[in-house]
Design a protein around this ligand. Structure first.
Ligand code: ZN
Length: 291
């Protein structure tokens, strides 16, 4: 078990650092739903970013990140809480593209370079916080940095990387977010920019056995301090009860049709692949509650 989320401060508390490793959580969905390498790389990047966004939340708050590009993967969605729990899915897990010359997975072609990214935060207030930006690049790191700068007004650097082997398994997945707090000194920004420019990619760092603690320390300075470190794991929040509410919301007429045509219903969770079966009697009860 090496999947953790690290939160740290550095440069006299002027800079916040988040580093995450989430390949075990990613492989959980890869195995359950048979993801192809490029789809896995794209979902893994969204997963890494969303887990770090979860690290910015408190107690019972949750965050959902939706990437709706014009690429073949369709919608990518990930949800995280403040405790390192993450789940994610893509509408089409079966897509795969490599760069012709580099033998690298082509995330941009998978996601598309037109479309939208939305971040929905349930802060347990009346209304959720929703921020939406257009996709500007499609490789996602730059897109998420753009989201943080524009929607949350926090200048940030986001680096993400997923390495997949020939058996459709993630060898490593993770990333970091470096955020400048208000009034960060110019010389700190210069030093950080130089450091990040010379830094190997996330995948290279993980391949060279750098831990998230090593990466946090490299990004920091001599005032670097770890604020929190928590385990990251896949956790699906689906349940038969939730699917029941989903069926009720379809309305009486549609449930009546299900009963007449199939005498039962099978629902499958996109996030974890769990199946929930409803018998005719159960459907009749749900129909009574529907409008
Ligand atoms: Zn589920």
């Amino acid at each position: 078990m090496n999947n953790f989320l690290l939160k740290a401060l550095a440069y006299d508390k002027q800079v916040r650092i988040y580093v995450v490793r989430c390949d075990e959580a990613l492989n959980e969905i890869a195995e359950r739903l048979n993801y192809y390498p490029s789809a896995l790389a794209a979902v893994g990047r969204v997963m890494a970013f969303t887990t770090m966004m979860g690290g910015m939340l408190k107690l019972e708050e949750t965050v959902t990140v939706k990437v709706e590009g014009d690429g073949p993967i369709g919608l990518i969605m990930a949800e995280a809480d403040a405790h390192g729990h993450i789940r994610a899915y893509a509408s089409n897990p079966h897509c795969h593209f490599e760069y012709n010359d580099l033998n690298k997975l082509n995330v941009k072609q998978t996601v598309g370079s037109m479309g939208y990214i939305s971040v929905i935060k349930d802060l347990k207030l009346k209304e959720p916080f929703i921020g939406t930006i257009p996709i500007i690049n499609g490789e996602l790191g730059e897109d998420f940095a753009y989201y943080l700068a524009v929607s949350e007004q926090v200048p940030s650097v986001v680096s993400l990387g997923v390495l997949v082997n020939e058996n459709n398994k993630a060898i490593s997945a993770g990333g970091f977010i470096v955020q400048l707090l208000p009034n960060t000194k110019e010389e700190v920004i210069d030093a950080l920019e130089k450091k990040i420019r010379n830094l190997p990619t996330m995948s290279e760092l993980f391949s060279s056995d750098y831990t998230i603690d090593d990466i946090g320390k490299i990004l920091g300075d001599d005032t670097y301090e770890v604020v929190d470190k928590l385990p990251v794991s896949f956790k699906c929040t689906c349940s038969k009860e939730r699917f029941s509410s989903g069926i009720i919301s379809l309305g009486k007429k549609e449930i009546e049709e299900m009963i007449e045509q199939d005498h039962q219903a099978n629902t499958i969770c996109h996030f974890c692949g769990s199946e929930y079966k409803f018998t005719e009697d159960e459907l009749i009860k749900l129909k009574e509650q529907a409008k």
